[in-house]
Design a protein around this ligand. Structure first.
Ligand SMILES: NC(=O)c1ccc[n+]([C@@H]2O[C@H](COP(=O)([O-])OP(=O)(O)OC[C@H]3O[C@@H](n4cnc5c(N)ncnc54)[C@H](O)[C@@H]3O)[C@@H](O)[C@H]2O)c1
Length: 347
């Protein structure tokens, strides 16, 4: 298939691209490159990479047509992709997460292109029991609200001829060449490796559905390649787990670590676990457990595979804030500098 991947240079996209290429798909990527492109430099010659702001899709009709030219499928990942980053600029969040999604979906519908949207289980916010896809949504943050709005507009565009697919992904974990250390299992990997210590807010009783980044990438491929789908929305997760259980896994992997329960200053009130019945019924089964993902990340840090792992570069909100502060400069100049630093590290 000819597939357009938006946000393909991100944490998830960087794992997805080689998998798509392995399956002989022809790939076009649209990404602004907020987190640089050095980590996918070996993939670039095999791709049609367009470094551009996705907002151009609703600003420029010529660009809108060109970007979907000859496409059979769109995997739409580009977004301001977590709670604190969205809070930095509600306007940017509205434009990138919602307005651009709307424009992209409209042209996909007009050209009858299959459309997969990367939503999040955080749309459930706080729930008792297992959240099913049909359960009421309770988005608690601007980020989750933006995902709910996109789902609503996709559902409103959906008809018998064009049915977009919504994957509500769990909290991702695991190694990617574009690492993120602002996701809970990844943060635990970083701190248990570097400081022998992890911090849990309060009792750590909040639930999260977890999913390895590689399984998430496989889910997109599975749903892109599958011809007939029963539903238009799926929760995608490996396992629901409380944060304190997650901490125990790290203790098992490295018995010397201290688990510190801090005062519950966590303003994050999200607490959700999800049903994966639909996903299983459709035939998709994630494979990688948290222990395996945690080991892989801890060893990647120890091996120096992730240069300067404490850099704000790996934390979306901090990095985006820095880009904004330095906004008077051309951000591409800063990113090129980052890429050079990474290259020097890898020599
Ligand atoms: N990481 C998770 O735990 C998780 C869980 C559920 C859903 N998701 C969703 O999956 C998708 C990918 O997540 P991720 O973790 O890879 O995020 P990420 O932040 O690592 O990647 C997002 C990519 O989008 C690009 N992007 C941002 N704004 C853009 C713009 N204006 N124009 C073009 N490109 C732009 C960035 O440069 C980046 O490469 C997002 O939609 C996210 O909301 C992620």
């Amino acid at each position: 298939m000819n597939i357009l991947v938006t946000g393909g240079a991100g944490y998830l996209g960087s794992v997805l691209l080689p998998k798509l290429l392995r399956r002989n798909h022809k790939i076009r990527v649209l990404d602004i490159g907020y987190f640089g492109l050095g980590h996918i430099k070996f993939l670039l010659p095999q791709l049609d990479f367009i470094r551009e702001d996705i907002r151009r899709i609703y600003k420029d009709s010529r660009f809108r047509k060109d970007i979907v030219q000859d496409c059979d499928c769109i995997i739409h990942l580009a977004a301001i992709s977590n709670d604190p980053s969205c809070e930095l600029s509600p306007k940017l969040t509205q434009e990138v997460n919602i307005k651009a999604t709307e424009a992209l979906a409209e042209i996909a519908k007009r050209k009858n292109i299959k459309f997969l949207f990367s939503s999040s289980c955080s749309v459930y916010g706080k729930v008792d029991g297992l959240a099913k896809e049909s359960s009421p949504l309770n988005p608690l943050t601007l980020y989750a609200v933006s995902k709910v709005k996109c789902e609503e507009l996709l559902n409103s565009l959906s008809n018998d001829n064009w049915r977009p697919v919504i994957l509500r992904n769990g909290t991702l974990f695991g190694y990617s060449s574009r690492m993120r250390f602002d996701l809970v299992a990844n943060i635990f990997s970083l701190y248990s490796t570097l400081y022998n210590e992890i911090k849990v807010f309060g009792k750590g009783e909040e639930w999260r559905p977890f999913l390895h980044v590689s399984d998430c990438a496989k889910a997109f491929i599975y749903f892109a390649e599958k011809k007939e789908l029963k539903y238009n929305c799926y929760n995608i997760a490996y396992k629901n787990m409380q944060i304190k259980e997650l901490a125990d896994i790290f203790k098992e992997l490295k018995p010397s670590i201290n688990i510190i329960h801090t005062k519950d200053i966590n303003i994050d009130k999200r607490d959700y676990r999800v049903s994966i019945e639909r996903m299983n019924e459709e035939g998709f089964l994630p494979q990688i457990d948290i222990k395996t993902g945690a080991e892989e990340m801890m060893e990647a840090i120890i091996s120096g595979l992730i240069p300067d792992p404490e850099s704000i570069y790996y934390r979306n909100a901090k990095w985006l804030k820095e880009l904004t502060h330095l906004g008077k400069k051309d951000y591409k100049e800063i990113l090129d500098l980052m890429e050079n630093i990474k290259r020097i590290h890898s020599i």
